[in-house]
Design a protein around this ligand. Sequence first.
Ligand code: UDP
Length: 506
Amino acid sequence: MTKFNTAAAAPLHVVIVPLLAQGHMIPMIDMAQLLAERGVLVTFITTAVNASRIMPIIDRVHQSHLPINFIELPFPAAEAGLPEGCENWDLLPSKELYKNFFDALFLLRNPLEQHLKDLNPRPTCMINDMFNAWTADVAKALNIRRLVFHGTSCIYVFCCYILQKHNIYEKVTDDAEEVIVPDLPTTVRVSIMHAPGWLNVPGFKQLRDEVLHAEETADGVVMNTLDEIEPMFVEAYKKVVGKDVWTVGPLCLYDKDFSSRIVRGNKLAAVDQDRMLSWLDSMEERSVLYVSFSTLGKMKVGQIFEIGAGLEASGVPFIWVIRGVEKYSLEVVKWLEGFEERMGLRSLVIKGWAPQAVILSHKVVGGFITHCGWNSTLEAVSAGVPMITWPHFADQFLNERMVVEYLRIGIDIGVKKPALYWGEDEIPVMRDDVERAVRSLMGDGEEAEERRVRARELKEKAMKAMEEGGSSYENITSLVDYMHQTAGTLQGCAGNLLYHKMELPV
Ligand code: UDP
């Protein structure tokens, strides 16, 4: 990693451009605050609907005088063929609109450039979500450094990068076939199913190529992970990527303040805060299972029934988050009513957004059934909570492997293939699978206890990483140093070029 002397520090102004999806925005807001606390002026790009969701955070930032400007760009929903107000991935009514959503983001290119050109002080660096490939042109037009942000695990980023580099995606004909991942010190095998790369789906080729190009041409990489949990992959990625890499996570540990953690990601939780807290407080330590899946997509009705039956049979108290209940049929709503009645005080069903960070870090929570989104995974790691892993797509299968195989703080529920490969009526997880996994994770057995010990140890490591002297803390220092140094270089460089041009005729 490049080391710089900050003595000749230039004033810094970083523009952060997140993908407008919960799992991407949440860690980037944490990062914005972290950088602002280190004295960096931050411009955070958002839109009206997204800003309103995080308004309590914006208010808190203003009250604490952190130097962050939240800029709301008008979201071109209609121009991209999206219903009005569909400004976040989780608001899209159907999968058919995914492409339109990316088109809308692309249309933000000119307004963003225009806006940034007029800012005073001028931006000195940009950090863009890796899916926002269109920001590459904006950074170029402004003549500023651009760092790409990966919000997922390094095991996934590395595997996809190296498979792409070795053309393995083109060579492999069977998605389930396992190939040896090149450039690792030990033999690791993955299938294309589990490391599908970025946007490797029909209709997205051009966008995928742009995303890969924007990653390749970025000046550096910022990752929401920590060296302590996946050192082999971080080292391997640094070796091959040919640019600076800063691991700065877990970013979820930035915010320790209850009042902002309770509204993390969305001010409107679908549960009364007092009711939830008194329910949690009434439970025994480490006795509660938390069940929640991705903010993207909707669960099949049959799958909901199987989860319910499995949880009921397990005998364990639980919080179950079910999103989009309003979109299910009356049959489901009625079933849920009966289910909640039967469960009584043993359960808390949250129909919509849950304050996940607060729930996971409550002392009564002793397990988490998760889809293995990387934020959820890091939040569980940071809270010392063991997991039942149930991946659905994208990075989630390799995140599962990290949790179960490498860190040994989880049990897999047994899903082998991503949702894309399921049959129309296929229900991948049955009630017995749920019951077995829950009993095993939450039980008193020796293995369960050892898993808990490892999870607690990992929590300590994660906390240390973010404290002064810790790996991620020092990497943030190094990142800020880099920004200082390169801001000076770039401005100086631009000035020099101009100077030489003017000198040439002489
Ligand atoms: N989240 C939350 N409440 C919910 C659902 C999700 O706070 O009801 C947060 C969760 O804590 C995490 C993010 O939303 O920070 C989801 O990101 P992740 O990478 O886990 O999954 P994704 O939804 O992107 O698949």
